[in-house]
Design a protein around this ligand. Structure first.
Ligand code: LLP
Length: 427
């Protein structure tokens, strides 16, 4: 199963762009702009493709909610049999509200607080992923206090090299903050195996994100397998081999990930170990299902740059300014002609841009644009900087659409702030 199997949910019909069976112009007219749109069928298709590719081994797909944690979207995935990967007490709450059973949730994260560890244990999540010796101590202390056995996986840093990743989304190389440093794993494991409040049920890694080459997976899987064999020999009751996330999405001209090759790398190794495979994809599942709709407010030629000022900017999509990320942009109803422009938002920051030096459809104020591959790490990274209310999220399913998160109101923006101050005297 290679490139081409995954369909693109955004298609042109009679000169305008649609998401599945709904014209984007209709959504913009009713919900306003900016707005995020997601295709439900694109989510289902990606989940099913990955599920089918991994059919050769018992496996569980835990969607990494950090990519997009909207309840409406989570419910679509849950109905498919997808499970959840959370990294905070907040995501745990969302997973539960979306109806995921506790044992369909794994709880990772490099800096879990005590109350979050407790919430995970109280809920009875499938696995708490432990990322350091110090976290192991805290998990053990909480489990002891609660009179339970904590089922954990070690998230290890596989210390593999990943080429091509932006330095901010590389996670699995030596010296990164994530995971237990490779060399420390035996001593941390020995302590965990000796504890009656800890069950060492799995091993976990995440080699990186947007992995356009599967080579780092191969290296990571081999290293994790080596560790698994060592722990099994020490009597660890391992059940799960968690290969993390990282499958890429198509932002530009990339190929779809080769899921058959992905399976070929992972499945035999996990089979041989007699373990169950877990994967934690985020971006692969949701990125391509999403488009950010925005309207052109102004055109402004300035100092040799042709600016297209839109009603979305870094507050709606941080990826271009934070990672220099590329997102394809097209006019929903192109009027003909192309032009090289900078697409920028209304935020008072020079770093507020969606695209720079981009040859794209020529536009005039009022035109609607679609910014593609924004289903992952879009809404979840939205800011309210400049007191800009967050945009709504819309789910399209066939010929129907619904708002799954309404637009924030101006009142929402100040709802946490005290009108009258409750002063405490320092004594
Ligand atoms: N599992 C773990 C332990 C992770 O750290 C991550 C992502 C995932 C799974 C999901 O990775 P994915 O399949 O989505 O690549 N905000 C950045 C991406 C940060 C990803 C961090 N970890 C971006 O917009 O590119």
């Amino acid at each position: 199963m290679g490139a081409g199997v995954l369909t693109r949910p955004y298609e042109r019909r009679d000169g305008a762009l649609w998401c599945e069976g709904v014209p984007l112009e209709a959504i913009a007219a009713a919900a306003g702009t900016p707005a995020y749109v997601y295709s439900a069928n694109a989510l289902r298709e990606r989940f099913r493709a990955l599920d089918a590719a991994l059919a050769g081994v018992p496996h569980r797909i835990h969607y990494s909610m950090k990519a997009n944690s909207s309840l409406g979207l989570l419910r679509v995935l849950r109905a498919e049999g997808c499970r959840a990967d959370v990294v905070s007490g907040g995501e745990l709450m969302r997973a539960r509200r979306a109806g995921f059973a506790p044992d369909h949730i794994i709880f990772g994260g490099v800096g879990k607080r005590r109350d979050e560890i407790r919430a995970g244990l109280e809920a009875g999540v499938l696995l708490l992923n432990v990322e350091s010796g110090a976290e192991l101590d805290l998990v053990e202390a909480e489990a002891k206090a609660m009179g339970v056995v904590a089922r954990i996986a070690f998230r290890v840093n596989p210390e593999v090299h990943v080429a091509n990743a932006h330095e901010f989304i590389a996670t699995g190389s030596r010296g990164h903050k994530f995971g237990i440093p490779w060399g420390d794993v035996p001593s941390v494991a020995a302590r965990a195996l000796a504890s009656k409040h800890i069950e060492v049920a799995g091993l976990d890694m995440h080699v990186g994100s947007q992995l356009l080459s599967l080579a780092p997976y191969r290296d990571g899987v081999e290293r994790l397998a080596e560790l698994a064999r060592g722990l099994q020999a020490q009597g660890a009751p391992l059940r799960f081999f968690d290969a993390g996330g990282g499958l890429p999405a198509r932002y530009d001209a990339e190929e779809a990930p080769d899921l058959a090759l992905f399976a070929e790398i992972i499945v035999p190794v996990v089979q041989q170990l007699g373990l169950e495979l877990i994967v934690e994809p985020g971006r692969f599942v949701v990125a391509e299902s999403g488009a950010l709709l925005t309207r052109v407010l102004y055109r402004k030629p300035s100092g040799g740059t042709d600016f297209v000022i839109t009603d979305a900017g870094m507050s709606e999509l941080l990826r271009p300014s934070h990672y220099d990320a590329y997102h394809a942009i097209e006019a929903v109803r192109p009027r003909g002609g192309m032009r090289t422009v900078d697409v920028v938002g209304p935020i008072c920051e020079t770093g507020d841009f969606i695209a720079r030096d981009r040859l794209m459809d020529d536009t005039v104020p009022g035109d609607l644009l679609a910014v593609h591959t924004t289903g992952a790490y879009g809404y979840v990274m939205a800011l309210t900087y400049n007191s800009r209310p967050r945009a709504p999220e819309v789910l399209v399913d066939g010929t129907r659409w619904a708002v799954i998160a309404r637009r924030e109101t101006l009142d929402d923006l100040v709802r946490l702030e005290a009108e009258t101050l409750d002063w405490k005297e320092s004594t």
